[in-house]
Design a protein around this ligand. Structure first.
Ligand SMILES: Cc1ncc(COP(=O)(O)O)c(C=O)c1O
Length: 305
């Protein structure tokens, strides 16, 4: 990515650069002008014609959020769900795993704090066991030891944070993913600090779920994020615990049918200004590069519900 960066253009596109040096991309980056414009224009349209009408009028740009995010992740638009935050996306993915007492979650020593708290909450409620794979002496998870735990414990879920928040560590998520695919284990990746900073290809990683925010290295607005859901997970029927009328059709009084796409993991209500801001951020991050056709959408292999 760095070889093609035009720093003067990037600076002139970024209103905040005029008055400060801001290094907090790991928190929330300065938004570039196209993101700000997409959002303020939409808020003005909402004020003028109403929120529902504005979302209808901007359907094409709403759809572009899914297309642009899919291009970033090397998947298809139907694998992408909008979420208000990375934690929200992650929790929806976690809630789709039908945990039972004694199930194992296999994770690392360096997983994100809120993820670890969620695992402990699952332990409190369902009696799952949380197993932390050891680190190598030089840091980073010991993939060999982790693969051994996968074979011995057959975890219900493997969960890894790609770039943990504080240390600069980059975990070998694709190497771990190859073991998950070999053993048909559901695999959840927290890519909150890597999307926008590194090339993140969901198919190459071999994950079933991947969560991220748009406000960090993608430079999108606060209140925007997404969840990638593989075709394997969709096909196996994974659905969030609290599925709403966007994620499912109420087909009979006693029955609902989940939708086919990752919209299954969305709620009906969104901040559409944030969706359009996130779409503009994904396009901006791609730097106008030509669209490429979706590579692997993580279809190969299977996982069991
Ligand atoms: C690695 C990692 N995962 C998840 C999150 C949570 O993201 P959000 O605040 O959008 O829920 C963060 C936030 O800093 C993070 O660094």
């Amino acid at each position: 990515m760095t070889a093609t960066l035009d720093l003067d253009r990037l600076r002139s596109d970024t209103p905040g650069c005029a008055s400060r040096i801001h290094f907090n991309n790991a928190g929330a980056a300065l938004m570039p002008r196209p993101v700000l414009d997409a959002m303020t224009e939409h808020l003005e349209l909402e004020a003028e014609i109403g929120g529902y009408e504005a979302a209808d009028a901007r359907q094409d740009r709403v759809h572009d959020f899914y297309a642009a995010t899919a291009e970033l992740l090397g998947c298809s638009a139907h694998n992408v769900a909008f979420a208000p935050s990375a934690t929200d996306a992650y929790a929806r993915a976690l809630s789709s795993i039908p945990f039972a007492s004694g199930d194992v979650i296999l994770t690392t020593q360096d997983d994100y704090i809120s993820n670890q708290i969620a695992f402990l909450s699952l332990r409190k409620r369902f009696g799952v066991e949380v197993v932390h794979a050891p680190n190598r002496p030089e840091g980073g998870v010991d993939v060999h030891a982790m693969a051994k735990s996968m074979e011995e414990r057959r975890p219900r879920l493997v969960a890894v944070t790609h770039v943990p928040t504080n240390s600069g560590l980059v975990q070998p998520v694709a190497e771990i993913g190859r073991h998950c695919r070999r053993l048909d284990l559901p695999y959840l990746v927290d890519a909150c600090q890597s999307v926008g900073q590194y090339r993140v290809d969901a198919g190459e990683i071999g994950c079933d779920f991947l969560s991220a925010t748009c406000r960090k290295f993608l430079r999108g607005p606060r209140g925007s994020g997404f969840l990638f859901v593989s075709d394997r997970a969709l096909g196996a029927g994974y659905e969030p615990l609290f599925i709403d009328m966007r994620g499912a059709h109420w087909v009979e009084f006693e029955r609902y049918a989940p939708v086919e796409t990752a919209a299954r993991f969305e709620d009906w209500e969104f901040s559409y200004a944030n969706v359009l801001g996130a779409a503009a951020a994904a396009r901006y991050a791609r730097g106008g590069r030509a669209r490429r056709s979706p590579a692997s959408c993580a279809r190969a292999g299977s996982i069991h519900l």
